[in-house]
Design a protein around this ligand. Structure first.
Ligand code: KG4
Length: 338
């Protein structure tokens, strides 16, 4: 089954062609990051306009790359939630038009379910059930993946997402947007114990997280140093910050897998590209005797191949949308919002 999949939930315009879920025939991603970097973060209105300008050409590019014709497409899939509402609407409306013109089913896909599915592409042997952690610019959550389509939320952030926190701290340290990768690079060789930083715990909610206290602590260190005209060891501050994020995330996903009785853990989302978090996950999984699935960096960020992959399993489970499909800025991972 050939699915043309569309992803426009934030600042990547992406179109992919997937076959029977896990085989990727084409995966075209156009990041708008350079444009948003001018403003130090994603400007929603600009993101939407840019999606409009490029989505048609990218869809044609994906079709050409896959070496197929439009008539070969069996279904159109689209990220419809969660994300920037204007950005999502571009993808949803393009997908509706294409599905109607081709007279094929329209499959709505939850963005976070797509991130989890990036692991199915990277690891053909991976099947549910497993515990999953999705850490991206907009989300930080831990989920119980009972089956391809029965996914339950175990915990989430009470405030900032991990990636959002990386981006904000990077900005304070004078690094370019998106700041996750530059901050990761800066932290290399830094002393991760140089700055004592908080690791939040939420009473009674072991899988929930909070990053706002950590963010404020780092911002205060930087501002105090600026006011006193003191030079900061930025390498060690970046390393200490990253260690605090990792210490917040890694034990939680390990505990979730343990409590659920799963021997498999999958991690996804842009922050899963962080070298310290990856290394800590590998070590913790080894110690606990769990198999860890970490997608390659190319599949960690937003892409449409992961949406096409998840769409296949949604389709097998009977999920279809009609022309009333609307975008949703927020939607829990287990909810049906179409
Ligand atoms: O999954 P993604 O591409 O987009 C969303 O769905 O949000 O994640 C983007 C986020 C950004 O916040 C970016 O700074 C962060 O992932 N990121 C990283 C790294 N590479 C990307 N954060 C920490 N370390 C990295 N190496």
């Amino acid at each position: 089954m050939l699915i043309l999949a569309i992803e426009t939930s934030c600042d990547e315009t992406a179109v992919a062609i997937t076959e029977d879920g896990r085989r990727v025939l084409a995966d075209v991603v156009r990041s708008q990051a350079d444009m948003h970097a001018l403003y130090g973060g994603v400007v929603p209105e600009l993101a939407s306009r840019n999606h409009v300008a490029t989505i048609g050409a990218l869809a044609q590019m994906a079709i050409d790359k896959a070496g197929i014709g439009k008539k070969d497409i069996d279904a159109v899939a689209v990220t419809y939630a969660p994300g920037l509402i204007g950005a999502l609407l571009v993808g949803v409306n393009f997908a509706k038009g294409l599905a109607m013109a081709l007279d094929v089913p329209l499959i709505p896909v939850h963005h976070i379910r797509g991130h989890i599915a990036a692991n199915y592409i990277a690891y053909p042997e991976l099947e549910p059930p497993f515990a999953a952690m999705i850490v991206s610019g907009g989300n930080s959550l831990i989920a119980d993946v009972r089956s391809y389509t029965d996914i339950r939320l175990l915990g989430t952030t009470r405030d900032d997402a991990a990636g959002e926190c990386f981006d904000k701290i990077a900005r304070v340290l004078g690094l370019p947007y998106p700041g996750g990768k530059p901050l990761d690079d800066l932290a290399q060789g830094g002393d991760d114990t140089a700055f004592p930083l908080p690791r939040a715990k939420i009473e009674g909610h072991p899988y929930d997280t909070s990053f706002s206290g950590l963010k404020t602590a780092v911002v205060n260190i930087v501002h105090n140093a600026q006011q006193r005209d003191e030079e900061l060891d930025l390498k060690s501050l970046a390393a200490s910050f990253t260690a605090a994020v990792s210490d917040t995330l890694v034990p939680r996903i390990m505990a979730a897998a343990q409590e659920l009785g799963y021997d498999k853990i999958a991690v996804a989302g842009g922050v899963a590209a962080n070298s310290r978090i990856r290394a800590d996950l590998v070590r913790a999984a080894e110690q606990a005797g769990k198999t860890l699935y970490l997608p390659p960096l190319s599949l960690c960020g937003d892409n449409a191949a992961m949406i096409g992959c998840q769409a296949y399993y949604e389709y097998l489970a009977g999920v279809r949308a009609d022309m009333t499909l609307n975008a949703r800025a927020t939607l829990d991972i287990h909810e049906n919002g179409w």
